[in-house]
Ligand binder design. Structure first.
Ligand code: GLU
Length: 447
């Protein structure tokens, strides 16, 4: 088999949104397919008729697309090995079950079909990530008391079970490599017995490491955001989620931590994935997100931030695009998420939030008088340019024996409502003379 023949699949059950664990599995399959020049197949495992819905299927597909993952075959994309929904492949499962019945390898119990677990078979699961795991068939499927438990393959309602359908499909769809979460290691011996019964060659198995929350417990909904769209709402970029998830269990090497899809695809190697549990570290995610935010082009960043400004009740459409882009550039990498960046830069869009945060009641009348002196000069200076304003401020402070911060801080607060911002004269320059005058007048700092 050459690398180009690699066929991997992501096989979600449409019983919920695309969660972090699923997104991680999908991503590693995608990376391996794209790295090897093989194919990435999307198969919908919707045999749980009660819990599966078309809406969940849609949100999973949308979630994958949001992360920038595309697939070569799938329910919407078509392909030579379809259909790609298990509910549309029932004939195949039943036909195969009859085959096992005919060969005496399975028996009926009512309408259900049960696979008879053979005893005394020694097997080795060669897992690309976990290494070799030896298993005895007697222990592949057990009752609570440790006795052998035969494997239901078709339930009495006629639907196949997961362990059975997954084997039939991975074989029939010519899947060469099964990449999935470590929680499926315990299912693999059952599946191996079915491959053996059919006389089919095993695919390669690669089980991905467990993902832990900061408390070192297995990641679950308890750890906050669950679906990829919740991360989107919190202000994380798809590029950053992609980058961060790729780092859970894999390192790009050479200290490369921030990468795009192309670089990740080039560097990825399934053999370098570790079985060591990976910790979902929010600080790391914030760092990765911030780095991707910094790398965005000005227009792209503005487009991404605009909806977050709007959700703060601001109206960026009243401003020039160029002005908004310059404002975001001036933020100089502040803000770990798009949400934070929108909040930190709100005063560029509108004066409203400034008024809400700051009322100037901290300024005594003496200081107000001094500030007025300086600001009067500032607003009437011929040039409205940051370096010139700063020069003027320094000169004024020297002449008036005033520390620079005594005028810079009230100015900053009146313009931004914040104690921390980019250089206050740069902010003033970008806001423009008229806007500055209006804000300063509101606080009684001029006039
Ligand atoms: N539908 C299964 C799941 O979502 C697929 C597991 C597998 O990849 O074999 O867990």
């Amino acid at each position: 088999m050459t690398m180009k023949d690699v066929r991997v699949r992501f096989a979600p059950s449409p019983t919920g949104a695309l969660h972090i664990g699923g997104a991680h599995t999908a991503l590693f399959n995608w990376l391996w397919a794209r790295h090897s020049g093989g194919r990435f197949i999307l198969r919908i495992e919707d045999t749980d008729l009660e819990r599966s819905t078309p809406e969940y299927e849609r949100t999973i597909l949308d979630g994958l697309k949001w992360m920038g993952l595309d697939w070569d075959e799938g329910p919407d994309a078509g392909g030579d090995w379809g259909p790609y929904r298990q509910s549309e492949r029932l004939d195949g499962y039943r036909r195969r079950a009859v085959e096992l019945l005919d060969r005496g390898l399975a028996y009926k119990d009512g309408d259900a079909v049960i696979f008879k677990v053979p005893l005394g078979v020694e097997m080795t699961l060669h897992d690309t990530i976990y290494g070799d795991i030896n298993i005895q068939s007697d222990r592949a499927s057990m009752n609570q008391d440790g006795s052998v438990k035969d494997i239901v393959i078709i339930k009495s309602d006629g639907m196949p079970t997961y362990n059975y359908a997954v084997v039939v499909d991975d074989h029939d769809m010519n899947i060469t490599c099964v990449i999935r979460g470590e929680d499926h290691i315990s299912n693999t011996p059952k599946q191996m017995l079915l491959y053996r019964a059919f006389g089919w060659e095993l695919p390669e198995f690669a089980h991905l490491p467990m993902i832990l929350g900061a408390d070192k417990k297995k990641l679950s909904k308890r750890h906050g955001a669950a679906s990829v769209f919740e991360f989107s709402d919190m202000g994380y970029l798809p590029d950053a989620i992609f980058n961060f998830l790729a780092l859970l269990g894999w390192t790009a090497g050479n200290d490369v931590e921030i990468f795009d899809r192309e670089l990740a695809t080039t560097l990825f190697d399934l053999a370098k994935v570790t079985k060591k549990p990976a910790v979902f570290d929010m600080d790391k995610l914030n760092f990765v997100n911030q780095e991707h935010l910094k790398r965005l082009g000005a227009a792209a960043r503005r487009e991404i931030i605009e909806p977050f400004w709007r959700s703060l009740g601001l109206s960026p459409e009243r401003r020039e695009k160029k002005y908004l882009e310059d404002a975001l550039s001036l933020m100089g990498g502040r803000g770990r998420t798009t949400k934070e960046l929108a909040e930190f830069s709100d005063y560029f869009v509108d004066f409203g939030p400034v008024k809400e945060r700051y009322d100037a009641s901290d300024i005594s009348s003496d200081r107000r008088l001094a500030i007025r002196g300086f600001l009067g000069e500032l607003l009437s200076s011929p040039e409205w340019e940051a370096a010139k304003m700063e020069e003027l401020a320094r000169r004024w402070c020297e002449t008036n024996k005033t520390p620079l911060k005594d005028i810079a801080m009230p100015l900053r607060l009146a313009l931004t409502g914040r104690k921390v911002s980019p250089g206050v004269f740069e902010v003033a320059a970008l806001l423009g003379r008229d806007e500055c005058r209006a804000r300063l007048t509101h606080y009684g700092f001029v006039g």
